[in-house]
Design a protein around this ligand. Sequence first.
Ligand code: HEM
Length: 480
Amino acid sequence: MSFSPPPPPPSLATPSSAPPVDLPVRQIPGSYGWPLVGSISDRLDYFWFQKPESFFRKRIEKHKSTVFRTNVPPSFPFFLNVNPNVIAVVDVKSFSHLFDMDLVEKKDILLGDFAPSLAYTGNMRVGVYQDPSEPQHGMVKNFTMDILKRSSGIWASELVSNLDKMCDNLESTLSNSSSASYLFPLQQFLFTFLTKTLSGADPSVDAKIADGGYLMFDRWLALQLLPTVPIGILQPLEEIFLHSYAYPFFLVSGDYNNLYNFIKQHGKEVVNRGKLEFGLTEEEAIHNLLFVLGFNAFGGFSVFLPSLIDAIATDTTGLQRKLAKEARENGGSTLTLNSVKDMPLINSVVYEVLRLNPPVPLQYARARKDFTLSSHDSAFRVTKGELLCGYQKLVMRDPLVFQEPESFKPDRFANGGAQLLDYLFWSNGPQSGSATSSNKQCAGKDIVPLTAALIVAHLFRRYDSIEGNSSSITALQRAK
Ligand code: HEM
């Protein structure tokens, strides 16, 4: 496929009711079907008969459009107050409208029209559910960005020492077994490292938290997200038991309270800063910190890193040799968040994995007013209040922007490919953009890929080769 010039940058979305020049105005194709029946049929397609990726692909083909109407879960029977109707936006250009805060509102739509009970977040709406027009959004976002800035001093050293512990354990498992599952060890490592860096609290002071903190977050996350994510267990059991109702908070209240008490007692310095410098109450500071730590950071990395390890550990093209060469020749004797910037191939691999497997595949936004939304080939009228739903996994395979969009090309973003960062949207905004208090881009937009690059660089200073997949390591060859 030949490379066509990229479309206009996201900021060029058309914020008026007039159609953009040259694009024909089309009625948005697709329908919501009969009440209840339409949404249950789409839900079954989404979770069971088609699965998310082909759910969106089939509708693009059917409607010959990357903008169309459909329903997304959760829905009937016990989600009667959730409206499943959305306008799907599945190309780079239409998806970019989700970042234009003049056009769209991001209030309570992290997971679409469905939101888990407020009990999961201390009976308050934490910042991630707030729109930039709400004053508290800026207070929480600035608090988060300050936490990240201040933790950058210990970020790399904590990362490396905890990663080494995990590697030692995996090596010891592999010494008497042909395979070592790394998912829980990875989460244990992430939990310790992120809790220390973000909250300033050291899990090792409390054995219950040190040993089981990551599982507490897992259970708390799972119950909030279950109605919206495919799990892959035997159908129709998954539909009946996991996707049909929202789970009550009391099932994980013990876990959440343990984590809450731990942060309250041992994360005082960060919590006090939230109060004194960012105007939050103690409760707001703790619940927001727990959300950022558990949902955003721990949850995000728990999904992202296995796909990164998988892409590298299953490669058979000699990529690992090149990664090891770069990791050892560049970046100085001690790796830092800054020194890994000097590793173009490693950074490109990280971006490429984020492109192909964005850890948070769905983003939502509600039209703040009537406006005209454009895809590459058409314009569509959107009415105030309608919910837009972007499916990143296809957006970032947009063939008009990415050459051979389905292929894993390790050096796609290196060697002059940096302009493509304008279209790398994993963080709910372009990788070339900036997270601010007036937008909804991920506060971890810069530190997430740099952390991943640091992990890859450290692993390839320690090992010559790594074999495995998205859940297990089967061989680790120490660097000679
Ligand atoms: C692999 C890891 C991560 C992924 C995939 C990820 C992804 C995202 C995405 C997609 C959003 C936008 C959600 C939406 O509004 O639709 C978001 C928001 C956010 N993320 Fe991340 N994130 C990650 C790590 C982090 C980290 C490490 C932090 C901070 C410590 C963080 C803090 C936030 C915050 C505060 C928001 C809300 C921004 C706002 O309200 O304006 N994230 N993240």
